[in-house]
Design a protein around this ligand. Sequence first.
Ligand code: C2E
Ligand code: MG
Ligand code: MG
Ligand code: MG
Length: 280
Amino acid sequence: HAKLEGKNQYAFYNEHMKVSTHNLVKGEQDLALALEREEFEVYFQPQFNLKTDEVFAAEALVRWNHPEKGLVFPNDFIPLAESTGKIVALGHWVLENSIAYLAQRKLENRPDISIHINLASAQLSDVHFVSLVEALLDKYQVPAHLVGFEVTETSILADIPLARSLLQRLKDMGICLSIDDFGTGYSSLSQLKNLPVTMLKIDRSFIMELESNQDDRKIVEAIIAMAHKLNIKVLAEGIETRTQWQLLEAFQCDFGQGYYVSKPVTATAFNQGTPLLHPS
Ligand code: C2E
Ligand code: MG
Ligand code: MG
Ligand code: MG
């Protein structure tokens, strides 16, 4: 009886797996083809200094210009890229494009800004990652201090010793390191003090209700105060209103980014200065 049950189960899982493996393989092929055909595009969202209102950096956010589906956002393909391992090639492509963009800006005598690039955990555990970054900076003659990486708490906590040595090597090169979506993971500031981190990005979920939610307000103020004591800068992400912007400025938050000032835009739009218009 047990044998029969096992057999049925086997048949069920087998069939189920066939379907999902098929989808995965198709997805992987789609991503590989899209990389080959250069269907991806890096958008840039400006990051502002809340004291001076100046743009000091931009976050690189990848989009897929899909021939049939149109503009596809990262939440619809990054998970697939991660599960198929294609994220390493895609991440490399984003990195090279972002560094090439910095080189282009230099050529056109545009003011220096940094580009902050999101890293997936597979890139953090790639033994070739540091030499890849060095090679690209050398190829495009871009100084390391203009490049920053954003990593999530979760991807670092998976292997703290490994992450620490990788992040330390990047920091020694002069690269800025931010913790993305801060507050949503399980890390504490005491764990972070042992990591070579330059900036915390407070997750949008704490900013959304800043005007009405006293708890969020206290949490945000506490994060800012503690980070500053540890010599870490703070950026608030997902600022959508003037009030949120002003509150964060009053809380001594260093930097901000969000739809209130600018959505992510194409390199062309970014160059035209569209996002440099501060509405306040
Ligand atoms: P993230 O790094 O936390 O990026 C912030 C996301 O919030 C972006 O979504 C951005 O467009 C959006 N956002 C910015 N300001 C606001 C706002 O005021 N309101 C709202 N509602 N949203 C705002 P996006 O571009 O769709 O990216 C989603 C996530 O995909 C990113 O979250 C990041 O985790 C991942 N991602 C994007 N590009 C890359 C990449 O090149 N590599 C990797 N590994 N992940 C990437
Ligand atoms: Mg201001
Ligand atoms: Mg990010
Ligand atoms: Mg984030």
